[in-house]
Each structure stands twice: as structure tokens, then as C-alpha cells.
Design a protein around this ligand. Sequence first.
Ligand SMILES: [Zn+2]
Length: 675
Amino acid sequence: MPAHYMLRRCLSPWRAAKDIAETVEYCRAHDIDEVIWKVDVEHFNHGLTPLDTIKAYLPWLDEARIATADHGIASSVNPWVTLNHADRRRDMRDVHPAMRWMVDESGAQCRACACPLSEAWQTWLVEAYALYASTKPHILWLEDDYRTFNHEPVEWGCYCPDHMAALSDAVGEPIDREALVARLLRPGPPDPIRAAWFELLGEAMVETAGRVARAVHEVSPSTRLGLMCSESLDGRWWPRALKALAGPHEPVARPSFSPYCEVRADGLLPDRRDHQKELACLPPDTRICPELENYPYTPYAKSARFTRLELGLSQLFGHSSITMNLFDHLGTPLAVDRRYGPMLRGVKPFLHALSDRCGPGGKPRGIQVLFDPRTADHKQLRPGDDMSRLLRLGDGDGWAAPLQGSGVPVIWNPSIVCCTTGQALRALDHETISAMLANGLLVDASALKVLHDLGFGLLTGVEPSDVLESAKTPIVAEAYVDESGGPTDSYMALDTLRVARNSCGITPCDGAQVISQFVDMDRRPIRPAMVQYENERGGRVATYACDLSDGTDVYFMNWHRRRQMQDVVRWLSRGPVELTVDGDATWMVPVRRDYDGYTVVGIANLETDDWPSISITLSSDDGLPARVLMPDEDGRWRDVRPASMTESDAGLHLVLNTELKALDFTAIVLEWNRG
Ligand SMILES: [Zn+2]
């Protein structure tokens, strides 16, 4: 499908006629395909909106649908509240006296966010959605407050008496909130009640989704129901909720995508947001419409240039549709915008071209990052760990930023080379881990410990050991060693305090090769840093003797690290790597997707420096490509002649004398000659 813009626009009841007219004009002027009308939003929102307030919107929603349809623009509806995002000092107990409210693990209770088991809340939600459905929207969305967590003041919900009764029924023994929390957070091997509890929390969300869908489709059979995803820690129940919501239609989801405000562009690396993990939770036939969000709006929050980069990056990931929340919820006229609109119109032909060759489908290629939405069921906690440690942290993607910063694509799909940190491995079965250890696996100290716990230690070629750090000889740097184990002049600075806290002693076994060492102030080796080992099954394992489960920061990256990452990936791959972006490019998102007969290489330059040329190396089963194409600004794919194109043991190497500007993106299509 062509690139499809979905503009989320607040319908302000005090200026609804103006909103509709201005929005239609804006969409026509800037090539926007669909409006998602936001109802009862943010500052001027009424919490769990009373049905009479919703009824007052209905004539406007009808008028909006008719006005947009006249110009071939689709009209969808986005009520701003389902369970309610947060209390924000609101008290709705008098407005909805029969509702029950969300409770956290300490017993604290919301006054404006409902418990998902509350019958009165479910009835209100179903009636509200039937009202919205009466305006025949193309897609009717459930907001991302349709989640089990982050309902200030309740961070984790819901531990109310009704939920405790439901859990007691499910597990066949009486259990109260205090006992449940103690069992959830028990250090060491997890109590099986964890899995039962998190599944039960999701079940209520799935059942209510089904009730909403039946009511909506009775009123408007052609309306699609879409789910705005919150965070992947709720991802375990999304497939069933999406199926329930879809009814006879395709599932529709809006995974989160962009940082709300402009950040250093490496904040766009997909692992630094939740986007790829959310995608990994969604059924493959889901229509994906990522969330481009510029809150709190205007270029004070995010520039048009940065917004454009996000549009491109989303398309390089294969998403032709994108939801865009670009404007405030206060009724400010759209005419004040002179930046986003022209940018949207200007970049659309380029996005159409990308969508044409890099749309949904295709096989993502790269190093697999391990992720499972049920990791919390398997995680081992330490004394003092809290719900946040259980649910949010250490889930396997610590290598993703260093690899992408080294020009190596990472994917959340199966691949023969995997990387992991933290406890993500605990969610996998014995057979899957065995298969990984017979291929290629990059781990840090935390994942190494898990492999040893699970009985796979011998296959890693290294033995973890406790070390007593001498205050007189702190680790200050990491040194690359040559193939004979001798020192080189390649030193990598380290965050001294962090490495003292997170580095781990390891003893390499016979046959293991140390490729870098931690050193002291006199450059003397203290202990091994990166070690490679080929095990008895022919599998290759690279271990870094530092705990990266909380991720890495900019201190970790430098030219030597980039070389180390690329060298390790080449060694693990036993030959040509699926893609490396070469030269001195640093922060980027490299993408490779294989389609029938051609490969797309996408690159987003996250730097604020321009790149004068593009240099890539990739594995090829088909020798040299028959054609190399890139899109021009007008959206036409043009043959390009590489400055050089050669084959070697490292793969197919191309240099293109094409500039890639700062905060810009592009794609290269390689068409294969397959007779
Ligand atoms: Zn509850």
C-alpha cells in the first residue's frame, strides 16, 4: 500500500465546526489520508467521560466523517480514555458511584482509574463505544490507557479485593494481596503463581475487549477496532485482545514508536524505545500504525526535521501507515503550523517510493535480540528487588545499541546469530537454547550466569568467578589484544565506577581466545574482557565479562569498540555478515529486509553530521546484483552506479557516492539476477 498518514486531531466541542473545516483544509493541503478525531482529551478531559458528554460529540463526529469523505479522507475516532491514564488529582467516585477503582500492590487506590474487573466500568465502556460506533468511524481506537500499569498513583495494578478473589479461584487456594506480593517478589527461582497472576490480569483485558467488539460491530459492522499499545510488559495478552477486537476484520495496532520530545538522535535506536518489543508481541497479520508523538507540541518540543526522520525510520521498518499526534489539545488553529505541513507534503513521494519496495512483509535480517513478553514469569530476583525490577528491567537488549552504532542491524525475529543480556534466556526452553549454542551467541556477564545456572556452562568456554576488586588496581580501560594474545595500542576508555560495579571475573577454558583485556593504570592486564570460544557442537559463543543488562551508554562506544563489535559478529557468523555499514558512520539504524527477488538496505543517519558517501558490506547468495536502485526526491527509483562494487570473503561490498545528510534516511534496492 502507499504511504498513509493518519493525523490525530483533537475535536474541541467549543470550536468543533472550525476544527472540522480547518482540519479538512490542512489534510488537503498536506497530503494527509486519514483523520483520527480525538475526543475529550487531556487538559479539557472529563476522566471517564459521562455518556451525556459523549452524546454531545456524536453530531460533530458525523459531520466530520461526511466533511472528510467529500475529499477522500478517512475518518476515525480516538476516545482519549478507557480505564483512564492517571488520577491527576481527579476524583470520579461521585460521578460513577458503582465503579470499583484500581489498587496497587501496597493497597493505594485510584479515585479516577477503574479496576478492569469492575462491572460498572465495563458497562460504561461498552455503552460509550456503542455510542462512538454509531458515527461509523473507519477505525475506532482504544487508547493506550487500556493497560494494567501506570495509572498514577497506581504504578502496578490491580491488587483490589475482586482481583484477589479471582486469583484465589484460579489457583484453588485463598490468597490476599500481601501474600501475593511476597510470592511475586520472592528472591531466587520464581513462584509459579507469578505466571498465573499475570495471565489472569491479561484475561480481564481480553474479555472486556471482546464485549466492546461485539457492541461496536452490532452498531457498525464495518468499523475496525484498533489497540493503542502501551508497553510490551502488557504484550502477553495483546494477541488475544487484538483477535477479540478485530472480529471479522484485520487486527489493527498502534505500537509506540518515537520519543515524545526531540532527543539526541541515538534515542531513536529502536531498543531504546519499546517499539520492536511491542511488534514482537503482535500477530503477524496485524496492520501496524506506529505512534509518532510530539507532545507537548510545537517545534519547541520537536523539529520538523526530526519528525521527518521518524517518518522515514518507521517506513524503513516496513510500516506504510503512521499515526501522527503533532498538535496540541487546546484548540489552537492549525494555520499556526508552517513547518510540519510542508514537510509532510514534501517527503510523501519519497515515502511512497519506500513503501512500494519496503512495505509490510519481507524478511528482516540481522542479529537477533532475544525477547519474550513472559520473561517476568521466569526472572530470578534478588532480595530487595521491587515490581519495577521484576517487570521492566534486564530483558535482553543490552547489545542492540552498540551493534547498531557499529553498523550492524539487529532484529527481534529469528536469526542464526543471537545476542542477549540479563535474564531473557530464562524464558526459553532447553531445546531453543541448545540450538543457539550450536550457532552463534553473544552474551554479557549477566546472560553468562544464566547459561551456567541452566546447565549450559561448558558450551560457553568460560567459567564465571567472584572477584575481589583491589582498590589499588582499579580497571581503567579495555585493551584489544592481537591474535597471539599480545597487547596492541588499541585502548577503550571505560566508565570506571560502572565497570567496577558490573564487571565479572571469568576464567577462559582451554581453546577459548581472549580478544580484549581489562587493564590497570600501567596498562597491565587485570582480567579478560571479551572472550571467544568454539564449543564441541561447532557453535560459537562470545562473552563480555561485564553486566550490560541495564544497557550501555555513550562511554561504551568508540572506534575500537566499533571494530570489536564488527569482528565479533563476523566471527560468530562464520563468514559474510548480513549487513554492516562501513566507513566512519556512528549512530544509525541499519536495516536489511529481503523480499522476493530483491534486498532493501535502509539506513537512518542519527548523527548531526552529514555522511559524504555510503559504504556497505552484506552477505549475498546471488553474487553481484543485477541492478542497484535508490529513490529520488520525487519518489522514482533510479538506477545508480556504485563507485565500487566488489566481492570478497567478507561479502558483497558497495560504495555509493551518495551523500546522506544529518538526520536523514535512505534506502538502496539490490535486485538479484535469479534467471
Ligand atoms: Zn481490581
